[in-house]
Design a protein around this ligand. Structure first.
Ligand code: SF4
Ligand code: SF4
Length: 357
C-alpha cells in the first residue's frame, strides 16, 4: 500500500546507497568542479581547470575512504556485540575477535570504496532489484512529479531540472513506470532557477492522484488528490493492522535463547550414548539458564552442567551421557529454563539396542 501511494519514495529519501551517492557527488563537485560528477549517461567528468590538483584528489579520495571505513563497520555488528567492535576499532586485543576479522573488514572497505567512488547512482538506475520490486505496486495515481505547462516557453532554453535529475530523465515528462524515485531534486532546482529569474515558484510539484492536465484548478487538484488517498485508506488500514498484529505477535513470542540437542560424535556402528545440548543466548546482557531432563530415571544419565551463565550473547554446549538403560526406546525431554520462568523443551528418542528381557 505504501508503494502504491508513494511509489519509490524510499529510494529518494531513505536509501543509504543513494544518500552516499548524493554525498559523493556533492563532494566531487566541491573539490573537482561543478560538472565533475559521475554521470549516468556515460559522458566523462568535466573537471574544473582550477581544481584539478593532486591535493584536491587526495582530499576527495581520503574522504571517500574514511566514509567507506565507517560504513564497513555496520555488517560487523551482525557477528559481534558493540564492545567487541569497539575493541577492534581501538586496536585492543580481544580473544572474541576472529583472526580473519581484519581481512573481512578490508574487503568490505574496498567494496564500499569502489561503490562510493565509481558506482554511485548506477546501482539505483540499473542494478537495484528492490526498486524494480517497488515499481510493481505503482499505479497511474501513485505519487509522481507533475508539470505546470502554462509557462512552457520559459523552459525552452533552461533544462535545469533535467541536469539536476541524477537518474537522467526529464522531470517534465514523467511516466508511471519510469526511473523517477520521487527525490524532489528537480522541484528544488526549478524553484531555485525561477527564484533567481524572479518569475515565481517551481513549475514542478509532487502530486498524488490521476495524472491529468495541470491546468486544473488548485482546489480541484487538491480535492482529487485527497480523494485518491481516501479511496486507498480502508484496505490500507486493514493491511496495516494485520502487519502491526504480526509485529506484536513476534515481539510477544520473542525467545531470548535457542537450544538444540545433537548426537555427540560417535564412531560408526557404536551405540549413541552421548548428546550435545547446544544453548545460544541471543541477548547482549548476562543471563542464567537451568538444564534438566524429564523422562529418564535419575542415575541413568549424567549432565555435565545443570546451570549455565552467559555474560553476553553467545553459545555454550552441555554434554549429556546416558547409560544403564534397558534395551528399547526411551523418549525423554531436555528442558532449558530461565530465572524469569521462560522454558523450552526438546524431545529426544533414545534407543538402546539389544533384546528385551
Ligand atoms: S524526476 Fe525529479 S523526483 Fe524524479 S528522480 Fe528525477 S529529480 Fe528526482
Ligand atoms: S527547471 Fe523549471 S523552468 Fe527550467 S526547464 Fe525545468 S521546469 Fe522548466
Amino acid at each position: 500500500m505504501t508503494y502504491s501511494l508513494v511509489g519509490t519514495a524510499f529510494c529518494g529519501w531513505v536509501c543509504p546507497q543513494n544518500t552516499l551517492s548524493e554525498w559523493a557527488n556533492n563532494m566531487t563537485r566541491k573539490w573537482l568542479g561543478k560538472r565533475a560528477e559521475v554521470s549516468l549517461d556515460g559522458t566523462g567528468s568535466k573537471l574544473s581547470q582550477g581544481k584539478n590538483k593532486g591535493v584536491n584528489w587526495l582530499i576527495l579520495g581520503s574522504m571517500i575512504l574514511a566514509v567507506a571505513m565507517l560504513f564497513a563497520l555496520a555488517p560487523m555488528f551482525y557477528f559481534y556485540p558493540p564492545d567487541v567492535i569497539w575493541s577492534f576499532v581501538s586496536f585492543r586485543d580481544d580473544s572474541r575477535l576472529a583472526p580473519s576479522m581484519h581481512w573481512i573488514y578490508t574487503i568490505f572497505v574496498l567494496i564500499l570504496w569502489l561503490d562510493i567512488a565509481f558506482i554511485r547512482h548506477f546501482w539505483c538506475r540499473f542494478m537495484c532489484v528492490y526498486r524494480v520490486w517497488q515499481h510493481g505496486f505503482k499505479t497511474r495515481e501513485t505519487l509522481h512529479i507533475a508539470y505546470d505547462s502554462r509557462n512552457a516557453e520559459e523552459c525552452a532554453h533552461c533544462n535545469f531540472c533535467v541536469s539536476a535529475c541524477f537518474v537522467g530523465i526529464d522531470p517534465r515528462q514523467t511516466e508511471t513506470y519510469d526511473a523517477c524515485i520521487n527525490c524532489g531534486e528537480c522541484i528544488h532546482a526549478c524553484s531555485q532557477i525561477r527564484a533567481s529569474r524572479k518569475t515565481g515558484g517551481s513549475l514542478l510539484r509532487f502530486e498524488v492522484g490521476e495524472r491529468s492536465d495541470s491546468h486544473e484548478g488548485a482546489a480541484d487538484k487538491r480535492r482529487s488528490n485527497v480523494n485518491s488517498i481516501f479511496r486507498r485508506a480502508p484496505w490500507a488500514l486493514l493491511l496495516a493492522c494485520f502487519g502491526l498484529g504480526l509485529f506484536s505477535w513476534g515481539l510477544w513470542n520473542y525467545q531470548s535463547f535457542h537450544f538444540s540437542v545433537y548426537r555427540a560424535d560417535t564412531p560408526q556402528a557404536q551405540a549413541v550414548v552421548d548428546y550435545r545440548i547446544s544453548i545460544s543466548n541471543k541477548l547482549y546482557r548476562p543471563m542464567d539458564y537451568r538444564v534438566s531432563l524429564i523422562g529418564l530415571p535419575e542415575g541413568s544419565y549424567q549432565l555435565a552442567q545443570r546451570a549455565l551463565s552467559f555474560d553476553s550473547a553467545g553459545r555454550q554446549d552441555v554434554r549429556l551421557h546416558i547409560e544403564q538403560l534397558s534395551p528399547g526406546l526411551h523418549p525423554f525431554v531436555v528442558r532449558v529454563s530461565t530465572a524469569d520462568g521462560v522454558e523450552e523443551n526438546f524431545r529426544v528418542n533414545h534407543f538402546v539396542a539389544g533384546k528385551k528381557r
